[in-house]
Design a protein around this ligand. Structure first.
Ligand code: TRP
Length: 514
């Protein structure tokens, strides 16, 4: 049963509820759940992304954004953007403005290491992030949430620690996943990869503490649907995923000091204000958006205010069985793994990939196929670079000229190549190479070679009084990812209101907890 609070606020259910809920008819997307619901016959429904845009209050990615992207970077937008597989955003235009003006930002993405092997769906946000990093020439941090997966799994099992699900197991999965991620080709000079168990401490942990102080139990319940039986570890985890978006959590990457042992440096006790000027863009699948909604509401309330984090959000790669589910590592027939052999890929596609073709050859020739629900075509739309070939396949399938078997054969060929190339690189990623990405060190990046205004203002410097667009040296108004003056004022008012409300609700809350 979903908790009453979650029902009342329309919030995602608790982790425990989620398992049951995902079998019901409603679409449900949150960090613990991805399901389009089921129809009256019990069949899985495709995820309704337009509805999600409305429900989450995110913006659709438009042709305007693609044009602006091209203008700012001088490069053609990534195929996943061109095809609107990255389909929505928050403040993507602001990060482009900031980059054009001040020259740099930080990229951040992550992965929950729920098992030692990754499937092709897991590679999608990483492939995108890698190419975006190359286009902008900016630093990237990749977070592996071994702690989240440990806490989530144990919470799901009502506090019992199952075999193969200890903290150490998840750390091990994280290491295997990191090798996979490296094999996708990230530049070692500008990429820092960490697991929470290994890295969190120092300035990162101080940001975590402060962020935790900004989220009440009521708000966590509202955002994630946590209930009274959720462990406090899982409740608190979200703060870490949030502050990982702050460059000030990683002083070493930008040539500043942390204060941690072994060489505790008193001069580095304070967090570095300079770093809070650098904005962050997170490419991720839309199920992670609830975390970052909580984050964006609090960026400007940190001791060193940070600009609101920008997001670019993707759809999910469908399971082999077709629209309605996403690839799942726990169902090997739903997914193509990065460790699959060529004939496994072939058999899985041929046997399991949902087809948009007609019942008989005759009907197919006459009425044509439907690429929109065809899984082989869908995978090609993610992995095939050539726009013309893709359009040609689509058109010939619709007309009935191209048969399901032929579409599948093209898909098999493309995926076999993608996976085989990956495996060749993966074999070379040894322990030393992995550790070199995980070493907190100064990253090397250029950013925009010709920023119009190289000095970025601090969020705190321009809070309040500056007019929008005021041309005053390094202080810009409004265009740097923090919203306009009016927006900031409104945000402040809303915040005060929320605080007052929280104060008033306090006695009632405490009563309820007893
Ligand atoms: N919670 C994510 C998962 O389970 C992992 C993650 C952490 C992440 N930080 C992120 C994903 C930032 C995308 C962007 O997969």
């Amino acid at each position: 049963m979903a908790s009453a609070a979650a029902e009342a606020t329309g919030a995602p259910p608790t982790a425990e509820d989620a398992i049951e809920k995902s079998k019901t008819d409603v679409q449900q997307i949150d960090p613990y759940n991805v399901s389009g619901g089921v129809d009256e016959h019990g069949n899985a429904k495709a995820i309704d992304y337009d509805r999600l845009i409305e429900e989450f209050g995110v913006q659709p990615l438009t042709e305007e954004h693609l044009k602006r992207f091209e203008q700012v970077t001088g490069k053609k937008p990534h195929r996943l953007m061109r095809r609107k597989l990255f389909f929505s955003h928050r403040d993507f235009d602001k990060i482009l403005d900031f980059y054009e003006k001040h020259g740099k930002f930080m990229l951040y993405t992550g992965r929950g290491p729920s098992s030692g092997s990754m499937h092709i769906g897991h590679t999608v946000p990483f492939l995108f992030t890698k190419e975006i990093q190359e286009m902008f020439d900016v630093p990237l941090v990749i977070m592996l949430t071994d702690d989240e997966k440990y806490l989530y799994t144990r919470n799901k099992n009502n506090g019992t620690q199952k075999k193969g699900a200890t903290a150490e197991d998840f750390l091990k999965f994280a290491h295997e996943n990191i090798k996979d991620i490296i094999a996708l080709g990230f530049d070692p000079k500008k990429t820092f990869i960490f697991t929470d168990y290994e890295y969190i401490g120092g300035h990162f942990y101080r940001n975590t503490s402060e962020f935790e102080s900004l989220v009440t139990m009521n708000q966590a319940r509202g955002a994630f649907g946590f209930g009274d039986s959720t462990s406090i570890g899982l409740i608190a985890y979200g703060a870490k995923q949030c502050v990982a978006a702050f460059p000030s959590s990683y002083p070493e990457l930008f040539g500043y000091k942390d204060f941690r042992p072994p060489d505790f440096d008193p001069s580095a006790i304070r967090r570095h204000k300079e770093l809070s000027k650098i904005p962050c863009l997170i490419p991720c699948a839309i199920d992670q958006e609830p975390y970052f909604r909580v984050l964006r509401d609090r960026c400007e309330r940190m001791t060193d205010p940070h600009p609101k984090t920008c997001l670019i959000l993707s759809k999910f790669l469908t399971a082999l069985q077709g629209p309605g589910g996403k690839m799942s590592a726990s169902d090997s027939n739903s997914a193509i793994f990065m460790s699959d052999k060529p004939n496994e890929i072939k058999n899985k596609i041929n046997k399991h990939a949902f087809s948009g073709g007609r019942e008989s050859l005759e009907e197919h020739r006459k009425f044509g196929g439907n690429p929109d629900v065809d899984v082989a075509y869908t995978y090609l739309s993610y992995f095939l670079e050539d726009d013309e070939e893709l359009a040609d396949l689509e058109q010939r399938y619709r007309s009935g000229e191209l048969l399901t078997g032929e579409m599948k054969a093209r898909c098999i060929k493309e995926l076999q190549k993608f996976v085989a190339d990956f495996q060749e690189r993966r074999e070379k990623v040894n322990w030393e190479i992995m550790r070199s990405y995980m070493n907190p060190r100064k990253l090397e990046f250029q950013g925009n070679p010709n920023p119009t205004q190289p000095q970025a203002p601090a969020a705190s410097e321009t809070n309040g009084e500056k007019e929008d667009g005021a041309a005053d040296g390094d202080k810009s108004g409004g265009k740097d990812g923090r919203g306009t003056k009016g927006e900031r004022k409104a945000a402040k008012l809303a915040e005060k209101k929320a605080e007052k409300l929280a104060q008033r609700q306090k006695p009632a809350d405490e009563g309820a907890a007893q």
